[in-house]
Design a protein around this ligand. Structure first.
Ligand code: ZN
Ligand code: ZN
Length: 271
């Protein structure tokens, strides 16, 4: 499985000379296996992915949830404007609505000039069922609900004999969420929310971030250890985190789980 990070930043895109080595786009990760492409989340990184791959394109995009940093790239994803593209959009149904509702609310005046009906690729929508795996080409996607304001799905994606866990926007709280440990068991790569350090989350430096929906680097390394994953990728970097601070976080994480790296935009990885 081939992996490329197109957006690794959390909450809001940033553009700052002190963040260029990490990247400023919001979540978007591309997985390729053979001729098939699976994209995780449609943050602002999705625009660059579309520009690089061109159109028409055959791909599926699976959404962890619909907070704006995970959907803002969709209206700017070039392949959606090519009638021969074959694109499936996969997301969970919530009490607040389904994926189509969230994307059409984003593309509607007065917030946006054109609507979903302008997407000439006519994307298909699919429900991400938490009770049975979703198949897309060689990809088998299992999802579980974890704690995050308005809900989030963590994903286990298996293809070509490899397993990747996508656990962005997850809040463990005081302990470690055992549901995620079980999902991640034995995976080749764990992509884990590390928006904060413990000191920030628990309010020892600045305001407490409890209830904001995110995890800490210390918690991510503990999940990696308990689940026995091969590699850990630090992800959903805080918008205020500079490159030097991301490197500092990476150093701390490696003392706890040696096979750790900070996810950086444009970084390709083969599993
Ligand atoms: Zn987010
Ligand atoms: Zn979120």
């Amino acid at each position: 499985m081939h992996i490329q990070f197109w957006g690794v930043r959390g909450s809001i895109a940033v553009s700052d000379p002190r963040t260029v080595r990490t990247g400023g786009n919001t979540p978007c990760v591309e997985l390729r296996c053979g001729d098939e492409t699976l994209i995780l989340d449609g943050g602002t990184g999705l625009r660059a992915l579309g520009a690089a791959r061109g159109a028409p394109l055959r791909a599926a995009i699976v959404f962890s949830h619909v907070h704006w940093d995970h959907i803002q790239g969709v209206p700017f994803f070039g392949p959606l404007y090519h009638p021969s593209s074959d694109i499936t959009l996969i997301g969970a149904e919530r009490d607040s609505g389904d994926l189509r509702d969230a994307l059409s609310a984003q593309m509607r005046p007065p917030r946006f000039p054109i609507g979903l009906d302008a997407l000439t690729a006519r994307p298909r929508f699919a429900n991400l069922d938490a009770h049975r795996p979703h198949e897309h080409g060689p990809f088998r996607i299992t999802s579980i609900d974890l704690d995050h304001p308005d809900g989030v799905r963590a994903l286990r994606i298996e293809a070509g004999g490899r397993a990747v866990i996508y656990a962005t926007d997850v809040e463990h709280g005081e302990g470690i969420d055992d549901r995620l440990v079980r999902l991640a068991e034995g995976a080749d790569l764990l992509i884990h929310d590390t928006q904060y350090f413990d000191d920030e989350y628990f309010g020892r430096t600045g305001p407490s971030r409890r209830g904001w929906g995110h995890a800490t680097v210390e918690q991510a390394t503990e999940v990696a250890r308990r689940a026995g994953v091969d590699r850990l990728a630090l992800f959903h970097h805080d918008p205020g985190r500079t490159d030097a601070q991301v490197e500092g976080m990476e150093d701390l994480a490696r003392q706890r789980w040696a096979r750790t790296f900070a996810a950086r935009e444009g970084e390709p990885l083969d599993l």
